[in-house]
Ligand binder design. Structure first.
Ligand code: ATP
Ligand code: MG
Length: 559
């Protein structure tokens, strides 16, 4: 497999190469990414963006950003703005921004043309009746009693539909194709419906709106798109796509379908994500638990990680489900290269080093990024009283537990070897303080006598640490497939009640000036990103992704 801008080589790639060889479109490659502005983009869209913008880039072609805005009741300018921001953030460089609504006049003219050629008629059946008379896969549909209206009558009625003479859904314009077609989409599909609704761009100019199928191929045609790449659910619509452009005798782009991205523990449907937002089940479209591009950005995912993930997926002709862990792998891979290492303690336990001089503060040298020597070093203050992770001490250690416990010696990262000597407990018997001794000869973390310790733990100096709110996330849903529900339940019943845990952590002082959006590795804990809510007086961090936790796995196995 060769890796290209759009991902591993694949059947769409092969089609484009062949079309270039045969000069099918005069050597052009022109794709488009066509979101409906009815919500925020999610990681499924990142795949479509990688494919469409990727092929354009690879073949020196163009990719348009097209808003497929034919459903005025669901679409908003807020969504248009967020989509542009997200596509840009993901590195999509569009040749131009277009709107299906810019073509409403042209589409209307084309509808009139089809009426005139006897290929479209005004039907007075209600949408429900149209559906009922459509037939099934085994039974042909019934012809509408309005199917054989004269061209003059159709032209008159269609004009009056446009003029606003009829209420919503009272009539529709239908293509006259074949009520017995094996493809249900060809059984006189609706082209235009009446909808007295304000459109986010055209206002109240129109009270009839074209259906997706009538608008999409024609929009592609107008823009000179060569390869109209969409997801598999449109495969059965392709004959209709072809029918419209052929009947109209206009330039004919080719529709090609690929598999939608599905991710475990994740829902990729704007409609359902909107429901979570509207019901207040998440803190908005950019809640870091959301699979939206804006949520992932806020959580600390990088555009490179999402690009690498999306490109690596490739394309296929069957829908499958991708493991969420693959996405997380790409996030770690990228952050590992670029994130500054710092020390932070999320569940603090006090450690007092009894033989360390009172009042002494040493500045210990720490490496900013072992993967990137140019990132340099910084100093971290060390003193008599520290915090370590609660989990890094066990009074009665289980087998194979190599961290701090009474009588055991461990290394404090960039610090000294310490040995636990005694503990202080609260009234309930919980350990609240550990007393230790340190070996002054081990400064910087090595013993001159070659003594080995099995564990290195992180710490912060109590007197110098800064408090921060740390938001630790788990998957938003507890089920691998959140659409799988008990009888009578909704997908929201699969929400994970523990998807957000808020902790008060202790951070090393170098984080005092962390800007919102800056990303770090908290050593041994994971990658974290300063949230947009973060201010110098109150720092807030999101856990982007945990490190692979080897101890957690050992413990789980032995349970
Ligand atoms: P949703 O159901 O989430 O609204 P959609 O397909 O209706 O998805 P659009 O805004 O119409 O969303 O999508 C724009 C483009 O992104 C389309 O070409 C669509 O096929 C593609 N796309 C949407 N979801 C996915 C996904 N999960 N995987 C790959 N491509 C997707
Ligand atoms: Mg849609």
């Amino acid at each position: 497999m060769s890796t290209t801008d759009s991902g591993p080589s694949n059947f769409i790639h092969d089609i484009i190469v062949k079309d270039l060889e045969t000069n099918k479109y005069g050597g052009r490659v022109h794709t488009r990414f066509p979101p409906e502005p009815n919500g925020y983009l999610h990681v499924g869209h990142a795949k479509s963006i990688a494919i469409n913008f990727g092929f354009a880039k690879e073949f020196g072609g163009k990719c348009n950003l097209r808003f497929d805005d034919t459903n005025p009741t669901k679409e908003e300018t807020e969504y248009v703005d967020s989509i542009m921001e997200d596509v840009r953030w993901l590195g999509g460089e569009w040749a131009g921004v277009y709107y299906a609504s810019d073509y409403f006049d042209q589409l209307y003219q084309w509808a009139v043309q089809l009426i005139k050629s006897g290929k479209a008629y005004v039907c007075d059946l209600s949408p429900d009746e149209v559906r009922q008379q459509r037939g099934t896969l085994t039974e042909p549909g019934k012809e509408s009693p309005y199917r054989n209206r004269t061209v003059e009558e159709n032209l008159d009625l269609f004009e009056r539909m446009r003029a606003g003479e009829f209420p919503d859904a009272a009539r529709s314009l239908r293509a006259k194709i074949d009520m017995a077609s094996a493809n249900l989409n060809l059984r006189d599909p609706i082209m235009y419906r009446i909808l007295h609704a304000e459109h986010h761009r055209t206002g109240d100019k129109w009270c009839i709106y074209p259906m997706y199928d009538f608008a999409h191929g024609e929009s592609d045609s107008i823009e000179g798109i060569t390869h109209s790449i969409c997801t598999l659910e449109f495969e059965d619509h392709r004959p209709l796509y072809d029918w419209y452009v052929e009947q109209l005798g206009i330039y004919h782009p080719q529709q090609i379908e690929f598999d939608r991205l599905n991710l475990t523990y994740t829902l990729l449907s704007k409609r359902k994500l909107l429901q979570l937002v509207q019901q207040g089940l998440v803190a908005g479209w950019d809640d870091p638990r959301m699979p939206t591009i804006s949520g992932m950005r806020r959580r600390g995912y990088t555009p490179e990680a999402l690009q690498n993930f999306a490109r690596g997926l490739g394309v296929s002709k069957t829908n499958g489900t991708t493991e969420l862990s693959l996405l997380e792998y790409h996030v770690r891979e990228d952050l590992n290269k670029h994130a500054m290492r710092v020390m932070a303690v999320l569940r603090p336990l006090r450690v007092v080093i009894d033989n360390y001089p009172e009042g002494l503060v040493e500045q210990m040298e720490a490496v900013n990024n072992p993967e990137d020597p140019s990132a340099g070093t910084r100093t971290v203050p060390f003193s008599k009283v520290l915090y370590i992770e609660d989990d890094d001490f066990r009074e009665a250690p289980p087998p194979k537990y190599f961290r701090l416990s009474p009588g055991k010696e461990v290394r404090l990262r960039y610090g000294y070897f310490i040995t636990a000597t005694s503990v202080v407990k609260d009234a309930q018997g919980n350990v609240v303080e550990v007393h230790c001794t340190y070996d002054p000869a081990t400064r910087g973390g090595d013993s001159p006598d070659g003594r080995k310790v099995k564990s290195t733990i992180h710490w912060v100096s109590a007197e110098h640490a800064i408090d921060a709110e740390v938001r630790v996330y788990d998957t938003l849903f507890t089920r691998e497939n959140p659409n799988e529900v008990e009888e009578g339940q909704e997908f929201t019943s699969n929400l994970n009640p523990k998807s957000l845990e808020v902790l008060t952590g202790k951070l090393e002082p170098s984080l005092a000036n962390a800007m919102p959006g800056s990303r770090y590795q908290f050593e041994r804990l994971g990658y974290f990103c300063a949230d947009k809510d973060s201010v110098p007086e109150k720092l807030v961090f999101n856990r982007t992704v945990a490190l692979r936790d080897t101890w957690g796995k050992i413990e789980k196995k032995s349970k």
